[in-house]
Structure formats: C-alpha cells, structure tokens
Design a protein around this ligand. Structure first.
Ligand code: PGA
Length: 259
C-alpha cells in the first residue's frame, strides 16, 4: 500500500519570519500524524528557516524548483546541492506556473529531475493539461508527452525515487477542482504509462498526488479514490487551520479507503 503524502506549495508567499512561526505551529499540530508524509515547500529564501523550525519533526521541506547544473553562470537559479544545504530533502519540478512563466520544457524538466535525483533529493514532478487541451479531448495526449519527455532516460530504480503530481492547469488557483473521478482517471492513465515504461512493481509503488484547488472540504472525496495518493496544495496550505484540516483527512475517509 502506498503511503499518502500531503504537500503544501507556498509559491511566492511568506517571509522568513512568517515561515518560522508557521512551521513552529504546524509541527505541534501534526506531531501525532503518522498516516501520511507531510511536505512544506516555502520560497528559497525561507528554506533554511523552515528546515530549522522543522528539525526533529515529521515535516519534510521541499524547494519549488531546481537548476540542472551544480553551479555556474545561471543568474537567479538554485542548484540541488544548495537546496540540500538549506535543509530541503525534496523539490517540486515542472510546476505549470514555471512552464508558463519561465518557458520550462519537458526536456528542461527531465534535466532538473536527473540533477535532483543525483543529489539525493526526492523530485515531485508536475504534469497536467490546460483547459483548452482538456476541452479538445487531448488530456491523455498531453500527459503522455509530458511523461515521455519528463521521464526520458530514467532507470526503474531512479523512477522509484520520484513522486508525481497530476495538476490540471485549469484547476490551479481557480477554485475549480477536478472531480475525484476525473482526477482518478488521469492518475490511472499516468500509472498505466508508468507500467508500460518501468514495469508493474514501479507503477504500483509510484505515489501520484492530485493538485488544483484542494481544500479541507474536498480532500476526503479525493482521498477516497485509491488511485489518488495525496495532494499538492497551493492556496489552502498558506493557512494553518486549513492545511492541518487537509492533513487530517483520514477520520473522514477511514471507512472508504481500503488498501
Ligand atoms: P492551488 O494550487 O491549490 O492554489 O490550486 C495548487 C498548485 O499549484 O500546486
């Protein structure tokens, strides 16, 4: 059985001071949680503060992006080694906002992914279609292209160390969540692609998170789907109460989710 993951993607929110205070309170509130992994991804400037506030707790800290080179003339970029030094153990790669704002391609994402793996970070790789792509019936074609490009050249062992996040672009920050059935359909497809490329065992082991307007009131429905292994939460992860409520989904679904 796959261990669920609830991850908060803070995007360009929270200062160092806000991060320290938030993580200090969060760790107390989730100290007894052992049904899922909990990840928090603050901006680069606050990574170290987050890691210090989380030390010795059940929280993992993630970066929101990484460059593929270990160092060099890349103004504004951060390497995997730098993320590790700041206390991150995971990194989000290929988020649709980076694909959109920074022109990230599947090839770049593939290079970032390999750099993260080489450094020992857990990559959380995002894929997902736009509204136009969904409405023109091209969701699977887009996912397949992102999968083939993003995961090119990986060995099954490398693939076993990643997490995937299915984030339909039209559901991010819009309040328009994919229904659990829609999300599960794409997750099933991504698992099928994984099976074809990396084999049954790796596909079954792969954790696929759903992202896009996840809130305390829709997490239970999503987590009832056995294909959905967790959530990548944006807006609702910025508020302590709502993030804690999302992390604490199990009492709501305990009856519905079976291995
Ligand atoms: P959202 O963002 O929860 O605010 O829709 C999710 C994400 O972009 O990871």
């Amino acid at each position: 059985m796959r261990r669920p993951v609830i991850a908060g993607n803070w995007k360009m929110h929270k200062t160092i001071a806000e991060t320290s205070a938030f993580v200090a309170r969060l760790r107390e509130r989730v100290a007894n949680v052992n049904h899922c992994d909990i990840v928090v991804a603050p901006p680069f400037t606050a990574l170290r503060a987050a890691a210090e506030a989380a030390r010795g707790s059940n929280l993992r800290i993630a970066g929101q992006d990484v460059h593929w080179e270990p160092n060099g003339a890349h103004t504004g970029d951060i390497s995997a080694g730098m993320l590790m030094e700041a206390g991150a153990t995971a990194v989000i790669i290929g988020h649709s906002e980076r694909r959109r704002d920074h022109g990230e391609t599947d090839e770049m994402i593939n290079r970032k992914l390999k750099a993260a793996l080489a450094a020992g970070l857990t990559p959380i790789v995002c894929v997902g279609e736009t509204l136009e792509e969904r409405e023109s019936g091209r969701t699977q074609e887009v996912l397949s292209r992102q999968f083939e490009g993003g995961f090119a050249g990986l060995t099954p062992w490398e693939f076993s160390r990643i997490m995937m996040a299915y984030e339909p672009v039209w559901a991010i920050g819009t309040g328009r969540t994919a229904t659990p059935e829609m999300a599960a359909e794409s997750h099933t497809y991504l698992r099928e692609l994984s099976r074809r490329r990396f084999g049954e065992a790796e596909a079954e082991r792969l954790r696929i998170l759903y992202g896009g307007s996840v809130k305390p009131d829709n997490i239970a429905g999503l987590m009832r789907e056995v294909q959905i292994d967790g959530a990548l939460v944006g807006g609702a992860s910025l508020d302590l109460e709502s993030f804690v409520a999302i992390v604490q989904y199990p009492p709501l679904v305990a009856a519905g989710r079976v291995g």
